[in-house]
Design a protein. Structure first.
Length: 195
């Protein structure tokens, strides 16, 4: 059954409108509305009363630069640095993470296919910030990949909290997750518990 031309154009318009909405939301969340919410710290000792430290750990693997023939020159994939942006309660920080070329096996020691097997560039972030205890709304943005995720963390008093963002990649035509297809989402783990 063939789709009428107007239905096809309607579907394409909805698709592009969705992309535009995401881009607009990303632009909005990359602008600081507040200051004084958090500060980066070296984290020596426990935080003072009423404050908490949050160690943010995130990583992503991308294809090497020029992996795809029609890839845009503006693509951040495989470049020396990759941008990760966090908006915490309206205060924004943009961290530029150095990439390292990586060529890893497609299979683990048990012969199972891995999601990050192959040649690419890995970007690893680990930062420590200090902020007040209690709930905080976070927007995590990958501007180069048009990705945004909103979540809330509840930080415990006078403790060092660890937030891990673990990549979930798209699947290939054999329904196997692989970084070669790009980022789909991130799994969030706070103090060992999945959010």
């Amino acid at each position: 059954m063939r789709l009428p031309t107007f239905a096809l154009f309607g579907m394409l318009a909805c698709l592009f409108a969705g992309c535009s909405t995401t881009s607009d939301q990303i632009k909005t969340k990359m602008l600081s509305e507040r200051t004084g919410i958090f500060q980066e710290t070296q984290g020596i000792g426990l935080p003072p009363k009423g404050m908490a430290d949050l160690v943010v750990k995130a990583q992503i693997k991308t294809t090497a630069q020029g992996f795809y023939i029609l890839e845009s020159k503006d693509s951040p994939h495989g470049k020396p640095q990759y941008s990760l942006v966090f908006n915490i309660d309206g205060q924004v920080v943009k961290w530029e993470v150095d990439g390292k070329k990586e060529e890893s096996s497609f299979y683990d020691k048990n012969g199972k296919m891995t999601a990050d097997g192959g040649e690419g560039a890995r970007y690893v972030l680990e930062k420590r910030i200090r902020l007040s205890v209690g709930p905080h709304t976070i927007f995590f943005v990958l501007p180069g990949d048009n990705y945004i995720k909103e979540f809330t963390v509840n930080l415990r008093t006078n403790e060092v909290n660890i937030l891990e963002l673990k990549p979930i990649y798209m699947k290939d035509s054999w329904r196997r997750e692989t970084f070669l297809k790009g980022i789909k989402d991130f799994a969030l783990v706070l103090n060992g518990q999945r959010l």
